[in-house]
Design a protein around this ligand. Structure first.
Ligand code: 13P
Length: 251
């Protein structure tokens, strides 16, 4: 999996039992067909994880969560869902620090490091999401911002690191950085991970932000882009399947 391209869908706060089944039914064939070359997964709302896991049994689709509690040990934390619980219902990975979590829930590096550590302790693979806002890019601060977001990796003692670079201004907007901007940031992220975690670390750096069936092949061909984290286009089987296909059989 650390040699493959990854295509991960992030459903965000979308879905229903009925809609999920229809969507998944349309994904199993393209996911299984790509399995040798592409690691495919979806991050779904917690309430659906166990059902999705059961429905996707015997397929190559990986299942993950969109967030995890910062609290390490189960106990009196009403409303929280621990890393252990996510692993217990079959989650394999978890998004950590998505920009929507940073924006609406004030998640900072201290909290995110706890989330990373809890995930790893429970056997979940954390995918750390980073990215600058439009104001930060316009101020020429994007490299500084992303480097600061990555700095928590130094504390985590990792041998495998998955990061998703998602410029906030590209999420859900239809605006995508030009390939040179993506390449420059992904190279910076690679360098930063190697310097923080050592040269033997396994690395996947995904791009996220307005990836769709039309632009996926071009984005996935950019150097140091190891996959895609897909929001809106992961909610339709045909567009998500086309992105999966672009990851191994570019048009
Ligand atoms: P969109 O693909 O809808 O822009 O969302 C990207 C994202 O936030 C994935 O985590």
């Amino acid at each position: 999996m650390w040699q493959q391209k990854w295509v991960i869908g992030n459903w965000k706060m979308n879905g229903s039992n009925a809609a999920n089944r229809t969507l998944l039914q349309g994904l199993f064939q393209p996911v299984n067909a790509a399995a040798a070359q592409v690691y495919c997964g979806i991050a779904a709302p917690n309430v659906y994880l166990a059902g999705i896991k059961e429905f996707a049994a015997n397929t190559a689709l990986a299942v993950g969560a969109e967030d995890v509690s910062q609290f390490a040990v189960n106990g009196a934390f009403t409303g929280e869902v621990s890393a252990q619980m996510l692993a217990d219902v079959g989650a394999q990975f978890v998004l950590v620090g998505h920009s929507e979590r940073r924006q609406y829930f004030q998640e900072d590096n201290t909290i995110l490091l706890e989330k990373m550590q809890n995930s790893i302790a429970a056997g979940l693979l954390p995918i750390l999401c980073v990215g600058e806002t439009l104001a930060e890019r316009e101020a020429g601060q994007e490299e500084q911002v992303v480097a600061a977001q990555l700095s928590l990796l130094a504390e985590a003692d990792l041998s495998e690191v998955a990061v998703a670079y998602e410029p906030v201004w590209a999420i859900g907007t239809g605006k995508v950085p030009v390939t040179e901007q993506i390449a420059a940031m992904h190279e910076l992220i690679y360098r930063q991970i190697l310097s923080l975690c050592g040269k033997d670390v396994k690395i996947r750096v995904l791009y996220g932000g307005s990836v769709n069936a039309g632009n996926a092949a071009e984005i996935l061909a950019v150097s140091h882009v190891d996959g895609a984290l897909v929001g809106g286009a992961s909610l339709q089987a045909d567009s998500f399947a086309a992105i999966i296909q672009a990851a191994y059989a570019p048009a």
